[in-house]
Design a binder for this molecule. Structure first.
Ligand SMILES: Cc1ncc(COP(=O)(O)O)c(C=O)c1O
Length: 316
C-alpha cells in the first residue's frame, strides 16, 4: 500500500478470496434492503451484482471522460434524500475502469470525498487496475485522502500477478473491517493459505515488481495498437476512450447500431467483444461495447479492429 500512500494497520485490513469476495462481503455487511447504492454508468457487473443481491437499489450516474461528475452525484443524493431514501454508498472504480478504461481525475477524487463526508455516505473504491498504468501512475487513491473513515478500498493480485491465486485485500474503517471479517468467517473461514504463501513469496523475491514492469509495457503496446487501428478504421462519428492503463477500451458506435445483435456476425469473422448494454444499471446504451487489448499481439489487434470496422461499415 506504500505505492498508493495509504496508511494501514492490521485492524483495517482483511485478505479476501479475490476482490469479488470483498465486493460481496461489503454489500452483505453494509446494505439493508432498500438502501441506495450509487454506481457508475457503465460499471463492473460483478460489483453491481453483489450490491443488487444484497437488496440495494442501484442508481446509476453517467460518467464523463475524467470520471464521475461530483455535481451530478450531489444532485442525485439531494433528489434521493427528498424522496426519503437512504444513500448508503457510492461504488467507483477510479483507475482504468472496467469496462470503460476511464480514470477519475485528481480534483474529482477530492470533491467526491468531500461530498461523501458532507452527505455521510461511504465510498467503495475498487482498484484492481491502478498498478497497470502505461507511463505515469494515476492520481492518488481516494483512500489516501480519507481522514474521516469514509472510504473502503479494495485491491487484488488478480490482474497484476495471476487471477488463479485468489488473493485480494480490503482496507476499511476498523468497525467495518471487523464486521467484514465476521462475514468472511461465515462465508469461507479463511482464504487459501497456499495461494497466500505463493503470493507472499512472489513479493519477497521481487517477482511482482518485475511482472508489473513487464505488464505495463505489454499492455501499453497493445493499447496503442488498438487506438491507432481505431483512428485508422473506425466509422466516422463513433467515439472511444483513450485509456492510460488497464485492459479496456470503450467504444460508442452510431446510435442506430446494436452491439449485441452484431456480435454473432463479428464472431463469424473471428472477432469478439463484450456488448455494452449489460454494464448499465439504467439508461443502457445498446450501441456501446467493451474491447479488451489484454491478449492478442499488436498486429492481430490491428487486424481485428480492421475486420470489425469493415463489418460495421457493411451493416450500416
Ligand atoms: C472492477 C473489478 N473489480 C473486481 C474484480 C474481481 O477481481 P478478483 O479476480 O480479484 O476477484 C474485477 C474482475 O474483473 C474487476 O474488473
Amino acid at each position: 500500500m506504500q505505492a498508493q500512500a495509504i496508511t494501514v494497520s492490521a485492524e483495517n485490513l482483511l485478505l479476501t478470496s479475490g476482490s469479488q469476495q470483498a465486493l460481496d462481503l461489503v454489500a452483505r455487511v453494509l446494505i439493508e434492503p432498500g438502501d441506495v447504492a450509487l454506481v457508475e454508468l457503465p460499471s463492473y457487473i460483478g460489483g453491481t451484482a453483489a450490491l443488487h443481491n444484497a437488496g440495494a437499489e442501484l442508481v446509476g450516474i453517467t460518467m464523463q471522460e475524467d470520471g464521475l461528475d461530483p455535481a451530478l452525484v450531489a444532485a442525485q443524493v439531494a433528489r434521493l434524500r427528498q424522496l426519503g431514501k437512504r444513500v448508503k454508498l457510492l461504488y467507483t472504480i477510479p483507475n482504468f475502469q472496467n469496462p470503460s478504461g476511464i480514470t477519475l481525475s485528481a480534483i474529482k477524487r477530492q470533491q467526491l470525498l468531500a461530498l461523501a463526508v458532507q452527505e455521510n455516505f461511504l465510498i467503495v473504491e475498487d482498484d484492481p487496475y491502478g498498478e497497470l498504468y502505461f507511463d505515469a501512475p494515476p492520481p492518488p487513491a481516494i483512500k489516501s485522502l480519507d481522514c474521516h473513515d469514509q472510504v473502503i478500498y479494495l485491491a487484488s493480485f488478480s490482474k497484476i500477478l495471476t487471477p488463479g491465486l485468489r488473493t485480494a485485500w480490503v482496507i476499511a474503517p476498523a468497525l467495518i473491517a471487523e464486521r467484514l471479517e465476521r462475514a468472511k468467517e461465515a462465508a469461507d473461514l479463511c482464504s487459501s493459505m497456499l495461494d497466500q504463501a505463493i503470493v507472499a513469496e512472489c513479493c519477497h523475491q521481487g517477482l511482482l515488481e518485475k511482472r508489473l514492469a513487464y505488464l505495463r509495457d505489454f499492455y501499453r503496446q497493445r493499447c496503442h495498437a488498438m487506438l491507432n487501428a481505431l483512428s485508422t478504421y473506425a466509422p466516422a462519428d463513433t467515439w472511444w476512450t483513450k485509456p492510460t492503463g488497464g485492459l479496456f477500451v470503450w467504444w460508442e458506435l452510431l446510435p442506430h447500431c446494436d452491439a449485441t445483435a452484431l456480435l454473432p456476425a463479428a464472431v463469424e469473422q473471428k472477432i469478439t467483444y463484450v456488448p455494452g448494454a449489460p454494464f448499465f444499471v439504467t439508461d443502457a446504451k445498446p450501441y456501446s461495447l467493451r474491447l479488451a487489448f489484454s491478449k492478442e499481439s499488436p498486429p492481430r489487434i490491428a487486424e481485428g479492429i480492421a475486420r470489425l470496422c469493415t463489418l460495421l461499415n457493411s451493416t450500416s
